[in-house]
Design a protein around this ligand. Structure first.
Ligand code: UDP
Length: 326
């Protein structure tokens, strides 16, 4: 059985939908940002906090957990700058409680959701796992601290782990039963699509003076189901003992500017957006594009969706759910 912490959130729920086809799954989520209805009904659901020792004791004593996958983090850069305590408390301290319980019950396989924000403002165009990690905000620092803890736990206690550094997750499940819906929504793709569906009166582009061809930020967008599949391949590698630790970037290896993402949404939906150009958002590096060569080579994983198919899937889900999640 696999414990998925944070399995009721956007990325966690897409992982659970794939994972239940191969493993028994138990989800622990405090529903602070997730929703119970996103959790596939083949999984056991427990409402609770990953920092709650009593709940963790109960889960680990009642179920034969082989591995833990951890998605239960706060992940908004701007919020982390304003409220770093929240980020270090949940993302670091609560994760430490979870790891302590894993050691207590001798569960030694861990898949950790990390982020491109650990790289800060990289001085290379294509980021590899060896690119220096110099995070520029508390969110990125909180994730990097856990990465360092994992390395030390691997050395000292034999904790096996895979760190997955996500670039920009987007898109919806092929069934259109689950998709991206944060509250408040801050991410580019859902914001554009909500605008095109009439839920917002305009889109703001944050900064047009970046050192990029059209002046707007460039990001590497990756389909959430591609992310989910990378987790499953990583889990299998750990369970088969192929390595005891690893760190992988997850991206498409191709960057798109904010303007290009808006153009692609307009093309796919056949609708015209009202765009306002505004000032830069705090903490945004100009270009973040992943090399995912390492995971391709070591686990045979490759993103199967490009920006078009990411947006097409998101558009199908948003159009279908416009009433239900407004
Ligand atoms: N962005 C934007 N307008 C928005 C939301 C985002 O211009 O309403 C930009 C943002 O500044 C960044 C890119 O779109 O350059 C992707 O932002 P998002 O919040 O989706 O992901 P992040 O890169 O912060 O993880």
């Amino acid at each position: 059985m696999i414990l998925v912490v944070g399995g009721a959130g956007y990325i966690g729920s897409h992982l659970v939908k794939e994972l239940v086809n191969k493993h028994e799954v138990i989800v622990l989520d405090n529903l602070s940002t997730g929703s119970k209805h996103l959790v596939d009904n083949k999984a056991i659901f427990i409402e609770g906090d990953l920092g709650d020792a009593a709940i963790l004791d109960k889960i680990f004593t009642s179920h034969p957990i082989k591995a833990v996958m951890h998605f239960a983090a706060n992940s908004l850069v701007g919020e982390s700058v304003k409220d770093p305590y929240k980020y270090f408390n949940n993302n670091v301290s609560n994760t430490l409680t979870l790891l302590k319980h894993m050691l207590k019950y001798e569960v030694k396989n861990f898949i950790f959701s990390s982020t491109a924000a650990t790289y800060g403002v990289p001085d290379v165009q294509l980021i590899t796992e060896d690119t220096l990690t110099r995070p520029i905000n508390p969110y990125g620092r909180s994730k990097l601290i856990v990465e360092n803890i994992l390395e030390d736990f691997n050395n000292a206690y034999g904790m096996n782990y895979v760190v997955l550094r996500y670039f920009n997750a987007a898109g919806a499940h092929v069934s259109s039963s689950i998709g991206e819906n944060h509250n408040p929504e801050t991410h580019l793709v859902p914001i554009i699509l909500e605008h095109l569906l009439g839920k917002r009166d305009r889109i703001s582009v944050f900064g047009t003076d970046y050192p990029t061809p059209d002046g707007t930020c460039i990001r590497d967008y990756i389909h959430v189901t591609d992310l989910a599949n990378a987790h499953i391949k990583s889990l299998e590698a750990l369970l088969e003992g192929r390595f005891s630790k690893n760190t992988f970037n997850l991206g498409n290896g191709k960057g798109y500017s904010v303007k290009e993402v808006i153009d692609t949404c307009e093309r796919i939906t056949n609708l015209k957006a009202i765009v306002e150009f505004s000032k830069r958002r705090d903490g945004d590096p100009s270009i973040l594009v992943a090399s995912s060569q390492k995971i391709q080579k070591e686990l045979g994983w490759k993103a199967t969706n490009n920006l078009e198919s990411i947006i097409e899937s998101a558009w199908r889900w948003h159009s279908k759910n416009i009433q239900t999640h407004s």
